[in-house]
Structures are given as structure tokens and as C-alpha cells.
Design a protein around this ligand. Structure first.
Ligand code: G4P
Length: 174
């Protein structure tokens, strides 16, 4: 286990909880946020992509934003957060629908055409990978924009996909 994983695991045990498949992290990750912990996690993830020539980080509102910003700082690139409501000012955009099993609702992710250029090498960042619906929508936006998804990384991977990098998996939490 990496040092970052151990720090996160200790924090979940002290300030969070694990209830079957649901991990409660809202005192330090996705409601109240500990920026120092975020920095530790971001350094670990950024290190894994340091030589991958990432141009931009891509995440989705809301809870992916804090990690995306921290990783973007480490890799010295900008980050984009796909919006769940299309602003009136966004006239040219890529869009893809995503169904959240956790929240049992469908949302559409919007990214302005102005912030992606064909050929951009992107790193997708999020807090959780669960059923993969967010990543599926991101894949569609990547295809629409002719960008390149170089990799994906989340804090906790609750799914089966091995190619989604993470600090912890469900197995680490049992
Ligand atoms: P998927 O994108 O991988 O398919 O995941 P799914 O639809 O099942 O759930 C995604 C949403 O649920 C995400 O928030 C994610 O943060 C949250 N989530 C998933 N598993 C857990 C968990 O174990 N603990 C907590 N605390 N949250 C979890 P979102 O709907 O995308 O919205 P937002 O909260 O980022 O705004």
C-alpha cells in the first residue's frame, strides 16, 4: 500500500465509515474538505502521470473538482469541470448523458467547445469510480471532441476496471 493510501485509510477509519459498498467521506473529501489530504492524494496520482504528457485534466461537477484542481497544480496544467447545467453563455458544446445509480437520477454533462482542442491529451479525475456512468459520458465527450483520454484516476475505485487508477479499492477497505 502506498503512503497516501495508508493516510487515506487511517482517515476513513477515524473520521468516516464503510457501510457495505458505501464509503462515508464527507468530513474530509466531498462535503467538508481537507485540502492538505487532497494535496497528498494529488501528489500520488500526479506522480503516476508525470511522464504522460497530459495537456488538461477533465472532471465532472461536483466532487471531482477539488482533486482535479490539486492534480492540475501538480502537473502544471489547467483543469476543466464538465457542468451539469448548461449556462446560457455556453452556445457551442459537447454533451453526454450519465445515470447515477447512487443518486438514481440522470444528468447531462456539458463541456464548452472552447476549452477542448482536437488532439488534447486528457486525464480524467473523479472522487469515486462506481458503476462507470460518469466515465462513459466522459468517453463520449472525448470522442465528440476528438481528444485523447490518456488515463483515468479516482480516489476510491469501487468497480472492476483495473485501468482506472486509484488510491484505494474496495478490497483495501474490507
Ligand atoms: P459512476 O459515475 O461511476 O457510475 O457512479 P454512480 O453513478 O454509481 O455514483 C456516482 C455519484 O455517487 C458520484 O457523485 C459519487 O461521488 C457518488 N458516490 C459513489 N459511491 C460513493 C460512496 O461510496 N460514497 C460517497 N460518499 N459517494 C459516492 P455525483 O452524482 O457524480 O455527484 P457529485 O456528488 O460529485 O455532485
Amino acid at each position: 500500500m502506498t503512503a497516501a493510501a495508508q493516510i487515506l485509510l487511517d482517515r476513513i477509519k477515524s473520521d468516516g465509515s464503510i457501510d457495505g459498498q458505501v464509503i462515508k467521506v464527507d468530513k474530509f473529501l466531498n462535503h467538508m474538505v481537507d485540502p492538505k489530504l487532497m494535496r497528498v492524494l494529488a501528489k500520488e496520482i500526479a506522480g503516476r502521470f508525470a511522464d504522460k504528457m497530459i495537456d488538461k485534466i477533465l472532471t465532472a461537477e461536483t466532487s471531482g473538482i477539488m482533486l482535479a484542481q490539486a492534480v492540475a497544480e501538480e502537473l502544471d496544467v489547467s483543469f476543466i469541470y464538465a457542468k451539469k447545467k448548461k449556462p446560457l453563455t455556453m452556445t457551442e458544446y459537447y454533451a453526454a448523458a450519465s445515470y447515477s445509480f447512487t443518486k438514481q437520477e440522470s444528468t447531462t454533462l456539458y463541456v464548452s467547445r472552447e476549452v477542448l482542442s482536437a488532439g488534447d491529451r486528457l486525464l480524467f479525475i473523479d472522487d469515486f469510480y462506481a458503476k462507470g456512468s460518469t466515465l462513459k459520458a466522459i468517453d463520449e465527450i472525448v470522442a465528440q471532441s476528438q481528444t485523447v483520454l490518456v488515463g483515468s484516476a479516482v480516489i476510491i475505485n469501487k468497480g472492476e476496471r483495473q485501468d482506472v487508477e486509484s488510491i484505494l479499492t474496495l478490497a483495501d477497505l474490507q
